[in-house]
Design a protein around this ligand. Sequence first.
Ligand code: APR
Ligand code: ZN
Ligand code: ZN
Length: 361
Amino acid sequence: MPQQVKAVIARAKGAPVEVTTIVVPDPGPGEAVVRIQACGVCHTDLHYREGGINDEFPFLLGHEAAGIVESVGEGVTEVEPGDFVVLNWRAVCGQCRACKRGRPQYCFATHNAKQKMTLLDGTELSPALGIGAFAEKTLVAAGQCTKVDPAAEPAVAGLLGCGVMAGLGAAINTGNVGRGDSVAVIGCGGVGGAAVMGSRLAGASKVIAVDIDDRKLETARKLGATHTVNSRTTDAVEAIRELTGGNGADVVVEAVGRPETYKQAFYARDLAGTVVLVGVPTPEMTLELPLLDVFGRGGALKSSWYGDCLPSRDFPMLIDLYRQGRLDLGAFVTETIELDQVEQAFERMHHGDVLRSVVVL
Ligand code: APR
Ligand code: ZN
Ligand code: ZN
């Protein structure tokens, strides 16, 4: 029987989000219905509601979530009712050219649920990132459910579903940060903060946090930064070079998504170093660099989608480290809120007051 549940939707471009009743179908083949326990508020949700992603309103928002599998459709073997799962937006297909080359973390044909959730009048909803988890229950592809240790706090575990994983992965997967490396992270919100934490976890000897907001720098210290630079008052490139013996950092993670911070990352890196772009630019942004510098400085310029994570490999491992007290994922939860407070959470996010607000159901 299709179920009616409460959920947060964005009905029209720029209009405040609203709590309404939606219809969740029974899971079809390869699908699962998940009872959501917690879902973080991410910039991407705000971008959807501002019409910045596409025009397929109404959107069912929310995508950084953890919960309990309630029911599964035909042919589902990877999860069963009662499993505690973190939802992901990289349910790999196993068939595309990336998967076939043994690189499923780059899968080009990821799965979402085939059936649609709807409003009571039958209007089809577009779930954010194919998830839609500001809802008591949601319908996803079974591959979007990654089982993790059920002892983990849902509000914390869910954050691996997007921003925190993006930042951790930018450092440990894309940047391949290793023991003894020097790392600089430009922009220390939820994503950059996680890159700081990931660098520390990977054994970086120096982790330089750069931001224009002193509050974020203070938090970055708690997350593992060894040095901080306020780039509103100090030249970031010079400061990073000074802190690295005049050379620049081995890995620089750009977690803002702007041409000027990308340039800082490019020039704050040591010869043959790596730049990782995990901040998401907007369509009108362009970048100009002397091609000779691109060539002459060598190394790697990479972008990081979802931290190049493979959920089945990375989520359980990171949750285990968190449970062992080796990765303070709880530090990203600034506040827990109710389903009807998402709009206020957008406000606070906009003012830079929070790393993450998390809806707890
Ligand atoms: N230089 C340095 N830091 C900056 C600058 C700048 N010019 N402009 C903004 N920042 C800082 C902000 O002060 C803030 O701490 O960047 C941080 C951005 O953090 P959040 O707004 O919390 O965003 P976050 O969730 O971390 O995402 C960062 O990654 O996934 C993408 O879409 C996301 O592009 C966004 C980026
Ligand atoms: Zn694939
Ligand atoms: Zn997100």
